[in-house]
Design a protein around this ligand. Sequence first.
Ligand code: NAP
Length: 313
Amino acid sequence: MNGTPLFNRVALIGFGLIGGSIARAAREQGLAGEITTTARSGKSRARIKELGIVDCVVETNAKAVEDADLVILCVPVGACAEVTQEIAGHLKAGAIVSDVGSVKAAVVRDMAPYLPPGTHFVPAHPVAGTEHSGPDSGFAELFINRWCILTPPDGTDPDAVERLRAFWGALGAKVEIMTADHHDLVLAITSHLPHLIAYTIVGTADELGQVTSSEVMKFSAGGFRDFTRIAASDPIMWRDVFLANKEAVLEMLGTFNEDLSRLTRAIRRGDGEALYEHFSRTRAIRRGIVEIGQDSAAPDFGRPHAQLGKKAE
Ligand code: NAP
């Protein structure tokens, strides 16, 4: 354990990839006097106890939040409303309530109405993840150098926002604040659409009867292999993301389809100039991402995180 605790008691509702990573990192950094957690199934709760990372594993969401100064919902977006109703009557006065959902406007809509006066609601989204899930999938380094976006509704107590910002900063994340609607639009293009494309392309190859053929995997190099990894992401989590961020995803899909049609036309017409121009532009974008330190220029197979199967969400 390092540092001074930022919160006396932290409650994590859900202990999968994200909840488990927060617990591991918070423990390593000494950010919580005590960490309490729970999961939906007895099987997961038993496994969390075995792991011995948190101080207390309880049976119900209501019990988990008792006396907690910081409560973080680490459950699929679609479960946030139900969980908030369960915990609302058990929150300590002055508690900060947050989440980690990949969609923000729907989470605010689903949670805010149930939270009692005197608690502080600061929604958050750590933009970091892998395709793995469950109690064993988390790791303390997940958030290092990744963004965590906070989307506090108008009128949120600035002290509560600052305390949560400090918590995420201590977990290793770079914190940015924006509105929930803006978050959803940005993430629709940077995360949600790429996942939809991966789910589509792997499904298409499967329909051609080629995904499992050894030749496809053997010669797939980075491209198709990366798609299969992304398409292995948790089906419940991603079902909820597309249901909750419908409007922004549909808007981005419209633009994407137009661009795809343009490239289709260029291929059909043998318009090499248009293809070259487009690919040069996207190459420059990739170089910009490397320059600002959001990825490495090293080949995938040479990166330590590639071996662990990690990727930015
Ligand atoms: P996960 O590994 O599948 O873990 C989900 C956890 O929530 C499990 O412990 C599950 O319990 C528990 N849970 C589900 N419903 C519950 C309920 N009603 N009450 C209490 N616990 C419940 O999922 P994850 O990847 O950590 O994702 C969690 C959240 O993080 C999602 O909202 C997602 O959008 C967001 N997020 C994910 C990523 C990513 O890359 N995975 C990145 C950033 C943000 P059981 O094990 O018993 O089912």
